[in-house]
Design a protein around this ligand. Structure first.
Ligand SMILES: [Zn+2]
Length: 232
């Protein structure tokens, strides 16, 4: 095998380790971001639900005050009944009392509905609060676990980058910039093994003569389809 090809294979190995570790770190961070987003959403919903509960409590209080006021008004009217002289005045008074009693009925009905709603929302709040607590704990556990993993990945990156940098100087100048450009591409591959006449990177057939050259010690060749360096 050609010496430069040997060096490229070794460099590719270091580079693959760097890329795999970078991907591992990114995956861990993505998981954390997703958990953080869920937690923030949960807290937002909790705050909104908390406001609803507060409003319903105020509404219940107001309803009680309104009821009290109406009851007091009826008591006063009942008192006035005792000092009334004419039938006409009495009828007017009783009519007024009837109207207030009707209002009281409506207020009581409304009060019950608000109370039921408050009860349901409070239960919902307690459940959500617990769920948000679980989310927070899970995020912390995940971060602790990831901190160790990320440190390991960073070590792997450092070791392999250092090995890569020490070796890359040995690569012949006429191949170096092309190889570096290839591994900097999105797929991160600079070199691929040829199997028969099939390029191991693009999986396409290459000319038979190129396939033969890819096995020669004195040759450094690239795939006619994908442009990666090839060897066999
Ligand atoms: Zn190819």
């Amino acid at each position: 095998m050609n010496d430069d090809i040997k060096i490229m294979i070794e460099l590719q190995g270091f580079w693959d380790n760097v890329l795999a570790s970078r991907a591992g770190i990114e995956k861990a961070r993505e998981t954390e971001r997703s958990l953080e987003k869920d937690l923030a959403d949960g807290n937002r919903r909790l705050a909104s639900l908390g406001n609803t509960v507060k409003e319903l409590k105020n509404s219940t209080k107001q309803n009680e005050l309104d009821l009290k006021e109406k009851e007091e008004r009826i008591s006063k009217l009942e008192e006035r009944k005792k000092i009334i002289h004419t039938e006409k005045e009495l009828k007017a008074l009783e009519k007024e009392i009837d109207v207030i009693r009707f209002d009281i009925g409506a207020l009581e009905e409304k009060g019950l509905a608000v109370y039921d709603e408050l009860d349901a929302r409070q239960t919902e709040y307690a459940e959500l609060e617990e769920a948000v607590g679980v989310m927070g704990a899970r995020l912390n556990e995940t971060k602790t676990k990831h901190a160790g993993e990320i440190a390991d990945f960073e070590n792997t990156i450092k070791t392999n980058e250092s090995a890569f940098n020490s070796l890359v100087g040995s690569l012949a100048v006429q191949h170096k910039s092309r190889f570096l450009k290839l591994i900097q591409s999105k797929d991160g591959k600079g070199i691929a093994r040829v199997d028969g006449e099939i390029c191991g990177f693009c999986n396409r057939k290459i000319p038979a003569s190129l396939a033969i050259d890819s096995g020669k010690d004195e040759k450094v060749v690239t795939c006619s389809n994908c442009g990666k360096f090839i060897y066999r």
